[in-house]
Write a protein that binds this ligand. Structure first.
Ligand code: DX5
Ligand code: ZN
Length: 219
């Protein structure tokens, strides 16, 4: 089953509530929130106060992607804000096992993300401890970039390793350049959670956009 997680980074921030509600009503499975600290990535987006403001208005899973150098330091804020899935970067400054433990202790679902240059093998030892792996299909930091198809083998390697470990329920999320043309490729490689920013938010009809993307992935 394919899950679609629209990235609100591509929405009209002046109308964030309306945009998010429209996307939820259009059939999104969750909402992807990109948190950037201007340090781990060369861009600043939004933080926990925005999640806290939006969360009570939307009965949907909040899929929070922390592109920040110190996830442990800010984790309590994102927990309190009402995040449901918290994904941190393997390349952050904190010890991945410690971050995983802290997210679990807070009762949240755990995702670990890898940047394009990080090989799949690096996170194999963590697969049994997480609910989701996020394979970045662009360099994190900005929406609207071109999908990197050399990430497809990485998705496949992680899916194969998870299956070999008996962890067939591992979610594999992809993020960056996901659109109707790239969705079938990532799904065939083993991804089941698709983040899409610009390709969805630039459509006039969000419901039609989600439906098309889902169909493309499920082909
Ligand atoms: C990039 C972010 C993505 C971004 C995707 O650093 O993590 O979630 O919003 O945007 P698109 O779908 O436009 O590539
Ligand atoms: Zn993201």
């Amino acid at each position: 089953m394919i899950k679609i997680s629209p990235s609100i980074l591509a929405s009209d921030f002046a109308n964030l509530e309306r945009e998010s509600k429209t996307m939820v009503a259009a059939g999104a499975d969750m909402l992807h929130v990109d948190v950037m600290d201007g340090h781990f990535v060369p861009n600043i987006s939004l933080g926990a106060p925005v999640v806290a403001a939006l969360r009570p208005k939307l009965p949907i899973t909040f899929d929070v992607h922390l592109m920040i150098t110190n996830p442990l330091q800010y984790l309590p804020d994102f927990v309190k804000a009402g995040s449901d899935i918290i994904t941190f970067h393997y390349e952050s400054d904190d010890d991945p096992r410690e971050v995983i433990r802290a997210i679990r202790a807070a009762g949240k679902r755990v995702g670990v993300s890898v940047k394009p240059k990080t090989p799949a093998q690096e996170i194999f030892p963590l697969l049994e401890e997480v609910d989701m792996v996020l394979v970045m299909t662009v360099e994190p930091g900005f929406g609207g970039q071109k999908f990197m198809d050399d990430m497809l083998p990485k998705i496949r390697q992680i899916r194969e390793k998870a299956n070999a470990l008996g962890k067939t329920d591992l979610d594999i999320q992809v993020d960056g350049g996901i659109a109707d043309a790239t969705a079938p490729l990532v799904a065939a490689a083993g991804a089941n959670v698709l983040v899409a920013g610009s390709s969805l938010f630039r459509q006039d009809d969000y419901a039609a956009g989600i439906l098309k993307l889902r169909r493309a992935a499920e082909e």
